[in-house]
Write a protein that binds this ligand. Sequence first.
Ligand SMILES: Cc1cc2nc3c(=O)[nH]c(=O)nc-3n(C[C@H](O)[C@H](O)[C@H](O)COP(=O)(O)O)c2cc1C
Length: 194
Amino acid sequence: MDIIEKRSSTRLFKSADINIGTLKQIISAGLTAPSPKNRQPWEFIVIVDKKKKNDLANSMKIEIEKLLFEKPGRKDIKASLDTIEIIRQAPVLVLVCYVNNMVDIHDDGVNWVISAKDVEAVEIQSIGAAVENMLLKAEALGIGSLWCADVLYAYNSISQFSSFPIISAVCFGYKQTHSTSPSRKNIDEKCKFI
Ligand SMILES: Cc1cc2nc3c(=O)[nH]c(=O)nc-3n(C[C@H](O)[C@H](O)[C@H](O)COP(=O)(O)O)c2cc1C
């Protein structure tokens, strides 16, 4: 089966570590992603230290519980606590940072009709490509992954690790069980050939 079809989100990881060489192969795959004018507007903070990651999970849990206390009934906030427990259990957590100080390089004399926000969206598309490259490389190496945006519910806890905005995170680890992806809408619904 093709790696693209084989990949699915892993939510149950073995405790076995991933060696640094293998992790570097995964991150390097991310670094090969295309980006606007090759700006590479990303930085990855790779947390392998178990105590640091566990302390972070504790801090995120407290932050999210506080948020949930303020907004009871918010299912999305409650569900994010599950993601935090997955992060606690995964051997590696990569924080995905948006290096947002390069956009004025974009101001190259062209009368851009798009707003600064659109430029930001362009940068962020390339970070998505970098993350997907990592997920696929991990799959090719037999390693599971979970892309986690739920960390954004605990922004104070994660922000200690980077001076740049953190836009998501990814867990990596060997899979405890093989999961299957939920089904996708078909091509006729999602694509128009004109
Ligand atoms: C940007 C992004 C953020 C995500 N955040 C979370 C998350 O915080 N927690 C989680 O359990 N899954 C998260 N997911 C995984 C999605 O739920 C999953 O990709 C989707 O349901 C499709 O399943 P599949 O990855 O197995 O194909 C995220 C996926 C993406 C692309």
